[in-house]
Design a protein around this ligand. Structure first.
Ligand SMILES: [Zn+2]
Length: 361
């Protein structure tokens, strides 16, 4: 598995913003499928023709739940986990049957135009809408949601035209074939996970909900509770001393590891890292331990506990951690970590790492 590529997602958003195509893959896996994707507002007849040539003529139009409702488009499936195609549509007053690239482009433009009503369309047409879930990829990590979210992140209308990438022999392109296709035409290749990572980094996702004094064996802390707005997951920041507006605050971002933190498993260093961090911060009289609770977002960390320190793979979690730190009024931090590295993306929260402090071991 490759790690989420936030920069890749940014490049893809930029391409969409400029009216370009991107290849949106369901994942980085060998058997992943992908779609050639365009912000719907740039769906000209030529662009629709190019999309159609890649997908047996089927051009999908990813729309928000809100827009689907306004157009009277009900999904065939009620299963919230599945993709949700609706009845195909055509604009009622197109010149031809609705099938030409020009007619389909007009249908797409009308479908994303708020002044157009459901009566402006006939069902059983030539453009195939897909309903994206409210909250997008944070609700369902699918390509429909990924395409709509990426268009929105690009500053475009939240709608995307796309078609499944197929090989010349008519088979569906997977993993390496998708990558080759994207490289051949110089399209950015982006995965749904990349889009999720970008959203977690670029949106305000946490709110402070509670705080309480927490005397510990290590010293006196204030436990501040945070809630992720979209997932409902709760996290805790243990704050020692005055940190609001202070420079170079000592910080540990710790991802929950039930095996280590609670049961003191000897198969990982989580418990020791956490205890040591609390000691070091208490001794300095100032600092923050952000404790990221796994919740239902990530499986309980029994074996995957090295992830946060393992590189850029958990930038999404660092995004949440960074937002919590920003909410606490921190701007420059010294990070308690045995794995110093560049943390791109933190700047998005007005946060920068001025140094690394090893936890020891
Ligand atoms: Zn652990």
């Amino acid at each position: 598995m490759s790690s989420p590529d936030v920069e890749g997602a940014r490049r893809a958003a930029e391409a969409l913003q400029n009216g370009g195509f991107v290849v949106l893959a369901e994942s980085g896996a060998e058997d992943a499928e992908g779609n050639l994707t365009l912000a719907a507002q740039f769906a000209t007849p030529a662009a629709v023709n190019l999309l159609a040539a890649n997908a047996n003529g089927l051009v999908r139009l990813c729309l928000t739940d809100e827009r689907c409702q306004a157009l009277g488009l009900a999904a065939y499936s009620a299963d919230e986990r599945e993709w949700q195609p609706t009845a195909p549509i055509s604009l009622r007053d197109v010149a031809g049957t609705g099938a030409s690239a020009e007619d389909r482009a007009r249908t797409i433009q009308a479908a994303i135009d708020p002044s157009r009503q459901r009566d402006d369309f006939v069902q059983s047409g030539y453009v195939f809408p897909l309903r994206a879930r409210p909250e997008g990829v944070l609700r369902r990590a699918g390509r429909t949601e990924g395409a709509v979210d990426l268009a929105r992140l690009a500053g475009c209308l939240p709608a995307a035209a796309m078609s499944l990438v197929m090989n010349e022999d008519g088979s569906v392109a997977h993993g390496p074939q998708l990558a080759a296709f994207a490289a051949r035409y110089d399209y950015p290749l982006v995965t749904v996970a990349d889009v999720i990572a970008l959203r977690r980094l670029s949106e305000k996702l946490v709110e402070r909900v509670t705080s309480a004094r927490l005397p510990t064996d290590h010293g006196e802390f204030v436990a501040v509770g945070f809630r992720e707005r979209l997932t409902g997951a709760h996290h805790i920041a243990l704050v020692c001393g005055e940190v609001d507006g202070v420079e170079d605050v000592l910080v540990r971002v710790h991802a929950e590891c039930m095996g280590g933190d609670v049961f003191h498993s000897t198969s990982c260093t989580c418990a020791r890292d956490l205890q040591t961090s609390l000691d070091v911060i208490a001794a300095e009289g100032r600092g923050v331990v952000v404790y990221l609770v796994a919740g239902d977002r990530v499986p309980v960390r029994l074996t995957r506990h090295e992830e946060v320190d393992a590189g850029a793979s958990q930038m999404a979690e660092y995004g949440i951690g960074a937002q919590i730190l920003a909410e606490l009024g921190l701007s420059t931090i010294r990070l308690l970590s045995n794995h110093p590295r560049t943390l791109t993306g933190l700047e998005g929260f007005g946060l920068s790492v001025t140094g690394f402090v090893p936890i020891g071991g």
